[in-house]
Design a protein around this ligand. Structure first.
Ligand code: ARG
Length: 297
């Protein structure tokens, strides 16, 4: 009986792994694996599938708009309970077809919901043709519709996202944004809508972390690195804090050198180019970046 359960759970894990592999982007022909020679070769990069942190994503609301905060919170509760949130997530984690969300031009004479994001963070936000896709972008569109407002998406560097809401240039930050008290200087956080974690991306040939089983074993190795090791992160993100240390998040920090990039994919590309050794980024974007980079390398 126990054995049968184990077999079933192993099968489930395998199915889930296939699902998450098929999750990112729409380059599905490569993901179906019809080309068997491709699967046999060492991938350019791999994600160490161990959660290093425990984070909550929330939306960052303009501090001067408490009524918007209330509406955002009840909207989150509504889409969580009526299945809309899961349906949106399934598009990105279970191979559905993402919507392309168009941004209206900013016009202060119109009733608009102005959302600040950094659209280089698939599956939460990324550019798709002349529009945007991603879990946050679909929620933004549904929220704007329910508020009867036109949606404006302002795409900027991640480290400007909270700031722009703090300066009241945008109403809302929707950017796979981790709740962090320090950011409350600029925004008021909504209720959390997603649990996230940082993960490590390594070169396909790097076997150092292969036998790790938990965060402690990954961290034990990371701690041995001195300043000859370079770790890439997206500027202003939790990953940067994880590398550099942050009392508020209880991150002790590493001795390796932290190198900042505009996006996680630029960091991974630079790792392939041999300029840095590792990349740390949120788990779902890590999977997407690794998949798309491994398809072309
Ligand atoms: N969750 C991380 C943070 O809040 C990374 C978010 C990056 N988001 C983005 N849209 N680039 O720091």
């Amino acid at each position: 009986m126990k054995k049968a359960l184990k077999v079933i759970s192993l099968m489930l894990v395998a199915v889930l792994m296939v699902m998450s592999f098929a999750a990112c982007g729409s380059k599905d022909d490569a993901a179906t694996g019809s080309d068997t020679t491709k699967e046999a070769k060492t991938p350019a990069v791999k994600v160490i599938e161990i959660n290093l942190t425990d984070e909550d994503y929330a939306f960052g609301v303009d501090k001067n708009q408490p009524e918007l905060l209330e509406k955002v919170n009840s909207f989150i509760a509504e889409i969580k309970s009526n299945g809309t949130f899961d349906a949106i997530c399934n598009k990105y984690f279970a191979g559905g077809t993402p919507d392309v969300i168009k941004s209206a031009a900013l016009d202060s004479t119109k009733d608009q919901l102005v959302v600040a994001t950094n659209a280089a963070f698939e599956p939460f936000e990324y550019t798709n043709g002349d529009g945007y896709s991603g879990i946050d972008m679909e929620i933004a569109k549904a929220l704007a519709d329910s508020l009867g407002k036109e949606l404006v998406i302002q795409n900027m560097d991640f480290d400007s996202v909270c700031l722009s809401v703090g300066q009241h240039k945008c109403d809302l930050a929707m950017a796979g944004l981790t709740v962090k008290p320090e950011r409350e200087e600029y925004v008021t956080f909504s209720t959390p809508y997603y649990k996230a974690s940082q993960r490590l991306i390594v070169k396909g040939t790097d076997t150092k972390f292969d036998s790790c089983t938990d965060a402690a074993s990954v961290e034990a190795i990371l701690k041995t690195f001195d300043s000859s090791v370079k770790i890439g992160v997206q500027n202003g993100t939790t990953a940067q804090l994880y590398c550099e240390g942050d009392a508020e998040m209880e991150f002790p920090g590493l001795n390796a050198v932290c190198v900042g990039y505009k996006s996680g994919s630029l960091a991974v590309q630079d790792m392939i180019n041999g300029n840095i050794n590792y990349v740390i980024i949120d788990a779902a974007p890590a999977a997407c970046i690794a998949q798309s980079i491994n398809e072309v390398n």
